[in-house]
Design a binder for this molecule. Structure first.
Ligand code: KE4
Length: 411
C-alpha cells in the first residue's frame, strides 16, 4: 500500500517515525498490535464521539447484521436517520446519504452549480472538503500536512473555477464577488476549521458570509463533515445561529461506518435525481448497517448533558495544555469548542492558514512523539484538530496534561 497506509495523514510523515499499527479500540482508548494502550484524541477523525465501540452501537449493529448488510434498495432505516438529521440541523429540509464526506462535498458542489447556473466557487485557504479535484486548491488536512502544492493529476481547467480567500477575511470575499459578478455559484467553508489545525470563525465572519452570498445571488454551504453533531447537536450552524443554504455531513452520522450526507433547502434539494435532473448515485448509499450505526449514535448524543460534558472535558484539556506550555516556556495558542480542540506552537493568534503555517511544526513533531511514548495518541499533524469523546474521563485528561508537562519540559 502506498506509504503503508490507506490515507496519507496516518503515515506520520510530518511528525516523523513509523506509523503505528493498531489492533483494537474501546471508549477513549486504542491499542497497538504490541498491546500498548494509548488515550486516543483522534477518535477516527471524529466519528467516535460517543467513545469507540460503544456497547449500544455494537448491540444495534449485531441485530442489524442478522437482517443483512446492504439492500441496494430503499430501506426503512434510511428514512429514520433522514428524519433525525432534518430535525437536528437548522438548514436541512431534505437530505441525501452518500458514503463519505468527499462524496457529499462533490455532490453539493454540482448541486449549487446546477441550481445557480454559475460555475465559480469560493473556498478558503487551509480548508479541506475531501479529495475531489476541484477542492484541491490550497487545501488543508493531508495536503497541508505533506506540504503538497496541491496535487498532480488535477487539470488546470478543473480548478480554474475555484477561487480562494484567507479564512476570516470578509474583505477578500467581497473583492472576489466584485471581480466575478454573477459568476459565483456559492461559498463552501468549514464553519470551524479543523483541517489547518483548529481555527474558529472570528465574530461576524459567518454572519458576513451569509449577507454577502444573499447580496450576490450565491449560495452558502457549511461543510459540517467534522463539526456536524460535534460542535452542537445541530452543528456549528446551531451554535453560531447562522443558517446556510446547504450543509455537508459525515463522520459522526455514520457512527464509525461509511456515511456522508448533503442536505438543505427543499427548493434546492428537489433538483437532485430522481426528483430533479442533477445526477448523483451510490451502490451502498443508505445501507441498513451504516444507517443503524448513525441512528444509534445520534440517539446517544441527544441524551441530556452530552454537549455540556464534551465542552467541560475538552476545555479542561485545552486549558491544561496551554497552561503547561506557558509554564515550560513554549509559545503556544489554541482553544476548543465542544469536543473539538487544537493548539499551535506559536504565540499566535491564529486567524487563518498563513498564521497557522508560522507554527513550529518540527517542535510539534517532537511533542507528538514524546506524547506517544507517554501513551497519548494525538493527531499526527499540526494541521489537524483533536477530538474528545463522552468516554474520556477527568483521569484521562489529568494523565494527558501530566504527560504534556513532562514532554514539554524536555522539548
Ligand atoms: P472523507 O471523504 O474523508 O469522509 O471526508 C472528507 C472531509 C470533508 N470535509 C471536512 C471538513 C473534513 O474534515 C473531511 C475529512 N477530514 C479528514 C481529517 N482532517 C479525514 C482524515 C483523513 O483524510 O484520513
Amino acid at each position: 500500500m502506498p506509504g503503508g497506509v490507506n490515507s496519507p495523514v496516518r503515515a506520520f510523515k510530518s511528525v516523523g517515525g513509523q506509523p503505528i499499527v493498531f489492533d483494537r479500540v474501546k471508549g477513549a482508548y486504542i491499542w497497538d498490535v504490541d498491546g500498548n494502550q494509548y488515550i486516543d484524541y483522534v477518535g477516527t477523525w471524529g466519528p467516535a464521539i460517543c467513545g469507540h465501540a460503544h456497547p449500544e452501537v455494537l448491540a444495534a449493529l449485531h441485530d442489524a447484521l442478522d437482517k443483512g448488510t446492504s439492500f441496494g434498495a430503499p430501506c426503512y432505516l434510511e428514512n429514520v436517520l433522514a428524519e433525525m438529521v432534518i430535525d437536528a440541523v437548522p438548514s436541512v429540509e431534505m437530505v441525501r446519504f452518500v458514503n463519505s464526506g468527499t462524496e457529499a462535498c462533490m455532490a453539493v458542489l454540482r448541486l449549487i452549480r446546477a441550481f445557480t447556473g454559475r460555475d465559480k466557487i469560493i473556498k478558503f485557504e487551509g480548508c479541506y472538503h475531501g479529495h475531489a479535484d476541484m477542492f484541491l486548491v490550497k487545501a488543508g488536512s493531508g495536503v497541508a500536512t505533506l506540504g503538497l502544492p496541491d496535487s498532480p493529476g488535477v487539470p488546470k481547467s478543473t480548478t480554474a473555477n475555484t477561487l480562494t480567500a484567507p479564512y476570516n477575511d470578509l474583505e477578500a470575499v467581497k473583492k472576489l464577488f466584485a471581480e466575478n459578478p454573477d459568476q459565483i455559484a456559492g461559498i463552501i467553508l468549514e464553519p470551524v476549521v479543523g483541517n489547518a489545525g483548529f481555527i474558529p470563525p472570528d465574530a461576524g465572519f459567518l454572519e458576513g458570509l451569509r449577507v454577502l452570498t444573499q447580496e450576490n445571488g450565491a449560495l452558502l454551504v457549511f461543510d459540517e463533515v467534522m463539526t456536524g453533531f460535534r460542535i452542537a447537536y445541530g452543528g456549528a450552524q446551531e451554535k453560531f445561529g447562522v443558517t446556510p443554504d446547504l450543509t455537508t455531513m459525515g463522520k459522526v452520522i455514520g457512527g464509525g461506518l461509511p456515511v456522508g450526507a448533503y442536505g438543505g433547502r427543499r427548493d434546492i434539494m428537489q433538483m437532485v435525481a430522481p426528483a430533479g435532473p442533477m445526477y448523483q448515485a451510490g451502490t451502498l448509499s443508505g445501507n441498513p448497517l451504516a444507517m443503524t450505526a448513525g441512528i444509534k449514535t445520534l440517539e446517544l448524543l441527544k441524551r441530556p448533558g452530552t454537549y455540556e460534558q464534551l465542552d467541560r472535558i475538552t476545555k479542561k484539556l485545552s486549558d491544561g495544555l496551554l497552561q503547561v506550555a506557558q509554564e515550560t516556556g513554549h509559545a503556544a495558542c489554541g482553544g476548543q469548542i465542544s469536543g473539538m480542540f487544537g493548539f499551535f506552537f506559536t504565540a499566535g493568534p491564529v486567524h487563518n492558514y498563513e498564521d497557522a503555517k508560522l507554527s513550529d511544526t518540527a517542535k510539534f513533531g517532537r511533542f507528538h512523539r514524546g506524547m506517544l511514548e507517554h501513551g497519548v495518541y494525538l493527531a499526527p499533524s499540526q494541521f489537524e484538530a483533536g477530538f474528545t469523546s463522552l468516554a474520556h474521563t477527568d483521569a484521562d485528561i489529568d494523565r494527558t496534561i501530566a504527560a504534556a508537562r513532562q514532554v514539554m519540559q524536555n522539548l
